[in-house]
Design a protein around this ligand. Structure first.
Ligand code: DAH
Length: 349
């Protein structure tokens, strides 16, 4: 038996004893490494005659290839076996990933959108950074009008004053979208629900500097107060429950005439004002103030390019945080908790 065959035999023996990938790594080094047995065998080549040299070189090369292949095949077998016998402990507890949820206000926005979508209102959003014009002038509150004071406002100082539109502000109410919607649609009918962030510099149990409102606007021929009342009643029953009633209490807003503050029966005493012969602590009178509303003022229709002789309309504005807080089962007594970002509060919903 020549040296090459001997080495081949030795390799086969070694291979049969290799049972792990590290055994195979060592085997590779032992035979094919720089100082390995193959190279050692080649070192003896110089003693041979040229034809023998050629013969040996060829055989050694064949052996090298074969060793490489056999180690590769065995490596696959070892890995496969390790995989099939690896142990999985089925009793270990699984990984628990924290589950997120929407913010309470986001849930309310979704619900309100759906309620109005059902009766054909389209949802719009208008700029949060707005011109004074759309928040005041176009709503029948010209510069210097005292009613502007009812809407405390953040002004954007670095923006230059525009001749027509005045200063830039953070929109203090969604009513700013009324005239924008009229200008967009141009010709009634209009049925819009505008849901957006609003800003006013207030911070107490019922106010946060950033809050949300939704504004309803309906304009067409022959629209009257009964449509307004019916729509608010529909919303109150869908959002708060069938057992709730509403009423329209006279009020004043520059952009509506007549104007109202819709009230809703209290969810705790259901409009009676008393529980167990005592005044209801939540409402004191049976009613809770819900929103602002009214018939759109002719000057506002004109600002939107709509003929007040031909068309009439109504509008309302609700605070989303406010209606969320009033919902049965929620009954928050401090609005600010909505924006504290305390995960213990938020993860309850
Ligand atoms: N924009 C008013 C506010 O923020 C609410 C309001 C009152 C909206 C009467 C209306 C309305 O659309 O008709 O206090």
């Amino acid at each position: 038996m020549n040296n090459v065959d001997k080495l081949h035999l030795q390799f086969k023996k070694d291979l049969s004893k290799s049972t792990s990938t590290s055994d195979l790594d060592n085997l590779h080094i032992k035979y094919l490494g720089r100082k390995g047995l193959i190279n050692k065998l080649l070192q003896s080549i110089y003693k041979l005659r040229p034809e023998e040299k050629k013969e040996l070189g060829k055989k050694v090369n064949e052996l090298k290839t074969s060793i490489n292949q056999l180690i590769g095949v065995r490596r696959q077998e070892v890995l496969k076996k390790a995989k099939s016998t690896s142990y999985v402990d089925m009793t270990l507890p699984g990984k628990q990933y924290p589950k997120g949820s929407l913010h309470l206000v986001s849930y309310a926005i979704e619900e309100i959108s759906k309620i109005f979508q059902k009766i054909g209102f389209i949802r719009m959003t208008y700029p949060e950074v707005e011109w004074e014009y759309f928040s005041f002038d176009a709503l029948n509150m010209p510069p210097g009008h005292p009613a502007r004071d009812d809407f405390e406002t953040f002004f954007i100082d670095y923006s230059p004053k525009n001749l027509k539109y005045g200063k830039m502000i953070l929109s203090p109410h969604t009513s700013s979208g009324q005239v924008r919607e009229m200008l967009r649609v141009k010709k009634p009918p209009i049925r819009m629900i505008n849901i957006a962030k609003c800003y006013r510099p207030n911070w107490d149990t019922t106010h946060t500097p950033m809050f949300h409102q939704f504004e309803g606007l309906c304009i067409d021929e022959n629209i009257n107060i009964t449509h307004l009342k019916g729509t608010i009643d529909y919303f109150a029953k869908e959002f708060f429950g069938e057992n709730r009633e509403i009423r329209l209490r006279p009020a004043h807003f520059q952009f509506t005439e007549p104007s109202f503050e819709p009230d809703i029966t209290c969810g705790v005493c259901l409009g009676k004002g008393v529980i167990n012969e005592r005044k209801c602590r939540v409402c004191k009178s049976g009613w809770l103030e819900l929103a602002g509303a009214g018939m759109v003022h002719p000057n506002v229709l004109s600002a939107g390019g709509i003929d007040p002789e031909k068309y009439t309309g109504w509008a309302f504005g609700f605070g989303i945080e406010r209606v969320t807080m009033m919902k049965e089962g929620i009954m928050l007594d401090d609005m600010r908790i909505l924006y504290d970002n305390d995960i213990r509060f938020l993860s309850q919903f």
